[in-house]
Write a protein that binds this ligand. Structure first.
Ligand SMILES: Nc1ncnc2c1ncn2[C@@H]1O[C@H](COP(=O)(O)OP(=O)(O)OP(=O)(O)O)[C@@H](O)[C@H]1O
Length: 261
């Protein structure tokens, strides 16, 4: 079943066509990567999937429902969560508190219920804390539970963003350059984590990533954008040897040419 279906999407900013007639889809549980040289339109299409931008033309469906025009918070409630290229954590909150913020969008009692208190609210809170601790354990940050987010090393802040996104109860997880700023060891751990989230938690994952080794290593399906257009899609093996992809990366600063030529 298609979890996300991008149908003939064009996105214009004034006279600039950042995305031109792009279509692709992600199946349930699939691990899909979007790659392309700088300025190819990766972030733009990501932002359209999360309600930050609206398609000028075309449709985006989530579980068969049209999501054009929905706001990011509505999409989170529906099951679409993301991390950001530039980390966006609550730096003055602890690791646990940051993940609790993510889980709030699933909470049924709402603000007034929480303020009113009562046994049920207290019990829900205990359950919620337990679930948040489990997500923190999954990303390997249990030792940092009460640490302020701002005190975490950069790579661990990225992991915390993933835990917060998982705590929203998402079905579709969008990772925007999750390996940026990570060292080689952290990257290896990240690959293991993304695989675990995909296979054990059965999330559909779409990632944008400049680290082509990581993309080739982890993805089941790859969509390649160049100058706002989809120039190829397929398995890592197909993309590695695709002539259009090789040409798009030649002369770019991204390292695909070293991988494929
Ligand atoms: N809000 C905006 N207003 C105007 N132009 C924009 C806007 N957002 C993106 N663009 C333009 O759209 C094009 C695609 O940009 P986008 O950031 O999506 O590319 P990208 O593939 O994510 O690049 P990078 O790998 O460098 O992050 C670029 O020409 C960019 O300048």
């Amino acid at each position: 079943m298609k979890v996300l279906d991008i149908q003939n999407v064009t996105i214009r900013f004034g006279g600039l066509e950042a995305i031109r007639d792009v279509s692709f889809s992600a199946d349930e549980g699939q691990l899909l990567a979007i790659i392309g040289p700088n300025g190819a339109g990766k972030t733009t299409i990501f932002n359209a999937m999360t309600g930050v931008y609206q398609p000028t033309v075309g449709q985006i469906l989530f579980n068969g429902k049209l999501i054009n025009g929905l706001k990011p918070n509505q999409l989170v409630t529906m099951g679409v969560a993301r991390t950001f290229q530039n980390i966006r954590l609550f730096s003055a909150l602890t690791v646990l508190e940051n993940v609790m913020v993510g889980s709030q969008c699933r909470s049924r009692e709402g603000l007034w219920g929480a303020l009113a208190g009562g046994k049920k609210v207290a019990a829900n809170r205990v359950k919620s804390i337990q679930q948040c601790r489990e997500f923190i354990e999954i990303v390997g940050l249990t030792d940092y539970l009460d640490e302020l987010a701002t005190n975490l090393p950069y790579g661990k802040q990225r992991l915390l963003e993933i835990a917060r996104a998982l705590a929203t109860g998402c079905e579709l997880l969008l990772l925007d350059e999750p390996a940026a700023g990570m060292n080689a060891v952290e990257r290896e751990e990240l690959v293991a984590l993304i695989r675990r989230i995909s296979k054990e938690l059965n999330k559909t994952i779409i990632l944008i990533e400049h680290d082509i080794n990581l993309v080739m290593n982890i993805s089941e399906h790859i969509v390649v954008l160049d100058h706002g257009e989809k120039i190829a899609e397929g398995t890592p093996g197909e993309i590695r040897t695709n002539q259009k992809v090789i040409e798009a990366y030649l002369g770019s600063e991204d390292p695909l040419e070293q991988e494929v030529v």
